[in-house]
Write a protein that binds this ligand. Sequence first.
Ligand code: TYM
Length: 352
Amino acid sequence: MIRRSSLNGDERHLRLREIGLERGIAMRNQMFTGLQPSGDGLHIGNYLSAVKGVLALQETHDCILCVVDYHAITVPYEPGALRGRTLTPATEYLSAGVDPDRVTLVVQSDLPEHVELAWLLGCLMPLPKLEQLPTYKDKKARYGSPRFGLLAYPILMASDIMIYKADTVPVGKDQLPHIEFTREVVRKFNQTFGETFPEPQARLNEGAYVPSLTGNGAMSKSDGKGNIDLADDPETIRGKLARAVTDPARGRRSDPGEPTRCPIYAIHACFTPQAMLDEVAGGCRTATIGCLDCKRILADQMIDELAPIQARRAELIAHPETVRGVLAQGAATCRPRARETLREVRQRMGID
Ligand code: TYM
């Protein structure tokens, strides 16, 4: 018998929390986020939107961070280059201050339950929805003849989130269509088989869109030229910033600029305290500082913030067994929860 509710997904979730509180059960919100492994590690866009988003939530939420290696094979790749890469994002999360006593770090391929749930959810969703998603269209144009895995990518992502009944997902802006799609999957499942999942909300912070240093779109792992990586040393950071594109109106130092047109200013806003940021913006508009001065201030701020992260990173790289231990513990924590959701879903879908 399928029950329907007059409340929308968010209202239902709030109501479930209220019922929990009325019964003295303190329900903590469940946070989930994922990150693809890559050889160069995280760039500052990943760091600002996903990693810092997690740091802000680890006090208040149950948090799961997942290295999504099954997503990384949906486009052509080298098996040799992928092997061992799952340690890099986990190392960088831990270096950045993610506390393994409070946060669960896990590798997607350690939990085949994610893939089984993805199959079950995939049997529910109409094909055109998947074909319309912008990342599918972009990657199809970039890599040619798309594989089934690329089309199914958002289903696996929905499964990652839903298998832990997560309600909070810190991501960058590029992932918003996938979160919206996940909400559709949740609604479809709940309407068809009865109340099971909360509708997750994306959590964006001020680093949710970090532009490429080339001035061309967002910083991205596939376009290494415009990136600053979390592991870059001070000299590399200064060099990359010195070559970065700024407001085209500032051809000469004496030309006034408009900070909101400048990719460097957008990055400044994520690293520089407000008072200093206001000075930089004022100096740019009145041409009292040049682009090189502005970049030097940003480099100093960024290098200061990244230095302790890089020191911890070096320690963890010297002791990979520490990171492996955290990931093994993560899989052990997640497995019973993933299995429990699968059991419930199978039962609701009549496969029990
Ligand atoms: P991925 O690995 O491409 O990126 C990881 C996170 O970094 C964010 N990001 C950015 N944020 C700001 N500015 C940028 N230039 C920038 N580039 C990337 C992404 O938005 C993301 O938050 N499909 C996901 C991984 C995934 C996932 C999930 C995420 C799989 N399952 C479940 C959340 C929940 C991806 O490829 O992220």
